[in-house]
Design a protein around this ligand. Structure first.
Ligand SMILES: [Fe+2]
Length: 230
């Protein structure tokens, strides 16, 4: 996929020196164009048997309630023509309210929450809509540079309906003061594209006195594509 030609400035810079690991992993040679192999346009079929009982409620996977601010996140997944991407697998993962992942590589000096794993998965419905309940993740330090703290974010992985729609990205929260200092967020050159990674607060999706609602719509491919965020 020549993403840059379709949507200039949307794809993150592959080598972006302020984001240190891109210097080691980014390509040093010009990219080669490959003809799309057939599987790129093959359908991906996701089935409900993939889902476990509490995959769409990350606050219900432990013995008790996790600590932090309970929220609901919802949105629509559409393709480049605005058509719903139906019955497609969407996975999410995140740190807990204190900014700690349940992962052996995360040694941040913040507590794990025994009632919070931080991962979930779901299928989009016939309108391309998804919805999950979780805890608002905290910011965390990541050692990239002095005072390097990630803005609060939830990682998203979408399979779409065909392999060419595959997207791995991150959803952010409105008005985070860390955006300006985050090389991962800033590695996407186009300002409007960066803004598409920020969810919006929704009073409509807010559930009574239980949880605030956030909306995050996702466009797979095209000029208005939701950028990769890795
Ligand atoms: Fe993260």
């Amino acid at each position: 996929m020549n993403f840059e030609a379709i949507a200039p400035g949307i794809y993150p810079e592959l080598v972006y020196p302020p984001y240190k690991s891109t210097v080691k992993r980014g390509p040093t040679q010009p990219l080669l164009r490959l003809d799309a192999p057939r599987p790129v346009t093959d359908n991906i079929v996701a089935t409900r048997s993939l889902l476990l009982p509490h995959d769409m409620d990350l606050t219900a996977q432990g013995e008790g309630e996790p600590l932090g601010e309970k929220i609901v996140v919802t949105g629509r997944v559409v393709d480049e023509d605005g058509k719903p991407v139906r019955n497609s697998l969407l996975e999410v993962w995140q740190c807990n309210a204190a900014g700690r992942y349940r992962h052996k590589k995360d040694q941040h000096n913040a507590p794990l929450d025994p009632n919070f794993n931080g991962w979930g998965k779901m299928l989009t419905d016939d309108d391309g809509r998804y919805r999950f309940v979780t805890i608002k993740p905290g910011p965390y330090p990541w050692g990239n540079h002095d005072k390097a703290w990630r803005p609060a974010h939830i990682h998203f992985s979408l399979f779409g309906n065909v392999y060419a729609q595959r997207l791995v990205t991150q959803m952010y929260f409105p008005s985070d003061p860390l955006f300006a200092y985050d090389p991962i967020f800033q590695s996407i050159p186009d300002e409007a594209a960066r803004q598409r990674l920020i969810s919006r607060f929704s009073l409509e999706e807010t559930v009574g006195d239980q949880m605030l609602g956030y909306e995050f719509d996702i466009v797979l491919r095209g000029r208005d594509a939701t950028p990769m965020g890795i």
